[in-house]
Design a protein around this ligand. Structure first.
Ligand code: ATP
Ligand code: MG
Length: 586
């Protein structure tokens, strides 16, 4: 928790200090009131006292109360501000951190947990800070101050007050033993509810089409019920708290008056009045003491939950990304767009088996290198190593003669135009999706966007859309077809004017003709750009300068189409299943 307080800015610390002053003022005024009360009591009981004196004391008491109210409101305002600012800063911090994470860290935390951590967990901290500032400082000051005021005013009264305080602490300790362990579970269950909800929403079409609503509902019910159960348990247990505290408070007043009755009875006649007035004052201070302890109890009840949240937030903040940034921005002199794999082997974090083994090849500037192989042979894994989504377990990947690990990531990404296997579109317009991100220049002109879309063979359909380049794209690109989505994603890569294209099966949703024209245009329009293409279709890669044939993570063939047909069994089999006799013979 303290670790998070480091993120409170000096300005907010300043506000916190001002709040402290207001709180002290408030406590002072709160504790002043009983004094006036006893004054009034004495005045009323003394024969011949002037009405104006009673009014005066009453007026002062009223002023104190109003002052205390004003101070409380001010502190409330400040506390809300400090807490909200802290929450905002923590959210930004988490967002930035998660952006720097590689797939490994994201998988480790899980997306759902990262979402709850940056929303619900931060809210817990925010609540604690808001309440904490108002109560945690006020309570001990009040308690200590009030105790000094009543100390020595009567041994019997002090004793019962002590007993009441002990009772409050005992009840609190008892409850906490039962409630505390549940808090951690509540946050984990919140993650789970989030996960099931997200899964259901993203897979909605499949859920519908497979009549799986009931199944999904059951799944949701399970987590939902457990979370509800936990909340019920905690709330019910805490619900006992409030009436118990009121009883203690009532009981204490009763005990004080009871003891007071005896004391007054036994006192000598002139002293009776003093004892009575003492009793009135004592009981109001005693109530203040108990109230402060109750406030502390409230804070202590929030503390465990918030500390669970703080821990979860800290876990994210303190995780160092496994992908460490290098500092080179340029490749070796005289090389551009060259990709070299040197004996690269790779296994996924925590996995036992290697997915790629001993991969070596070089793609020179302007060359097209293609990767083919059965599904699961490791093609996507291989090309995902180039933009460092993961780091190679063994071996080295060089771009322009420099290891990818040594590049500043921004510089590395500026060299690459990456189109993932599953095209990703963001909510916005066609243009905002194509002109996406930053390539080190000052943004893209409309002309560049148009040209990129034209190269990606998207001009025709984009210009037919309502609003053409300004046409809306919904989140995930659900309002365009699969092939259209791929073309917008390709246009995005083209728009960057990279040194190296990486297409992970990015032509799969295009018809053969569009596929052919697109590749031809790309080759003509972006000369000198190296092209790494993963494809399932022989037709897409036939004319590549090099073809890498992958089988179970190993290279089983490397060469041109004709050579491979002769020398590589795996390749010949793929070719035979896709091409006619004449095409093979050509
Ligand atoms: P496809 O043609 O179907 O796209 P691919 O050749 O691209 O297949 P990869 O996605 O590279 O295949 O997957 C290769 C292997 O790596 C698979 O056996 C898969 O189980 C495993 N794999 C893929 N992604 C992960 C991951 N994030 N964690 C662990 N294993 C993974
Ligand atoms: Mg793949």
């Amino acid at each position: 928790m303290q670790k998070l307080f480091r993120y409170i800015k000096p300005k907010e610390w300043g506000l916190a200090f001002v709040s402290l002053c207001f709180i002290v003022a408030q406590v002072w005024m709160d504790l002043k009131s009983p004094g006036y009360m006893s004054e009034i009591t004495t005045l009323v009981q003394t024969p011949g006292s002037a009405m104006s004196d009673i009014w005066l004391a009453g007026g002062k008491m009223l002023l104190c109360t109003l002052g205390s109210l004003a101070a409380a409101i001010t502190v409330g305002f400040f506390a809300a501000r400090i807490a909200a600012t802290l929450a905002k800063d923590l959210r930004s911090l988490l967002f930035d951190k998660v952006e720097a994470f590689s797939m490994e860290e994201i998988n480790r935390f899980s997306t759902d947990s990262l979402i709850t951590r940056s929303t619900n967990d931060i809210t817990q901290i925010q609540m604690l800070v808001t309440m904490g500032l108002q109560l945690a400082i006020k309570a001990p000051i009040t308690a200590a101050w009030a105790i000094t005021k009543i100390a020595g005013k009567g041994f019997e009264w002090t004793a019962v007050t002590g007993v009441a305080v002990l009772a409050v602490i005992a009840i609190f300790a008892f409850l906490m033993v039962f409630v505390m362990p549940k808090f951690k579970r509540i946050q984990i269950m919140t993650d789970d509810v989030n996960r099931v909800t997200r899964e259901n929403l993203t897979g909605l079409r499949v859920v519908r089409a497979y009549n799986a609503e009931a199944y999904q509902e059951r799944k949701f019910e399970r987590v939902n019920e457990e979370l509800t159960g936990l909340h019920m348990f905690v709330s019910r247990t805490l619900a006992v708290m409030s009436p118990m505290m009121s009883s203690i408070m009532g009981g204490l007043s009763l005990a004080i008056y009871w003891i007071g009755a005896y004391l007054i009875h036994n006192a000598a006649a002139p002293a009776k009045l003093t004892v009575f007035s003492d009793m009135v004052v004592f009981s109001s201070y005693a109530v203040q003491v108990i109230m402060s302890f109750m406030m502390l109890v409230i804070i202590f009840m929030m503390l465990p939950r918030a500390s669970v949240s703080a821990k979860r937030i800290n876990e994210v903040i303190q995780t160092e990304p496994t992908i460490i940034n290098g500092h080179k921005t340029e490749g070796a002199h005289g090389v551009r767009g060259e990709v070299t794999f040197e004996h690269v082997s790779f296994k996924y974090p925590d996995a036992a088996e290697y997915i790629l083994e001993d991969i070596s090849f070089t793609a020179r500037q302007g060359e097209t290198i293609a990767f083919i192989g059965s599904t699961g042979s490791g093609k996507s894994t291989l090309i995902n190593l180039v933009p460092r989504f993961f780091d190679a377990t063994e071996g080295e990947i060089l771009i322009d003669g420099v290891s990818v690990r040594e590049y500043d990531q921004e510089a590395l990404y500026n060299k690459i135009g990456y189109v993932p296997q599953k095209a990703v579109l963001f909510r916005g317009t066609v243009a905002s999706n194509v002109a996406y991100g930053d390539n080190g220049g000052d943004g893209y002109t409309d002309e560049e966007v148009r040209r990129a879309v034209a190269i990606a063979q998207g001009a025709e359909f984009v210009e037919k859309m309502a609003g053409t380049y300004g046409a809306d794209i919904s989140q995930g690109g659900t309002n365009v077809s699969g092939g259209q989505k791929q073309r917008i994603a390709i246009a995005r890569a083209v728009c960057r004017k990279p040194e190296i294209y990486i297409f992970d099966d990015s032509f799969s949703a295009l018809d053969y003709e569009t596929d052919r024209i697109l590749r031809k245009t790309l080759k003509n329009e972006t000369k000198g750009v190296t092209c790494m293409i993963v494809a399932q279709r022989i037709g897409t890669i036939m004319d590549a300068d090099q073809i890498v044939v992958l089988d179970e993570g190993r290279i089983v063939g490397l060469g041109k189409h004709r050579e491979l047909l002769k020398s590589c069994d795996v390749y010949r089999q793929i070719a035979m299943s896709q091409l006619s006799e004449e095409e093979l013979a050509e």
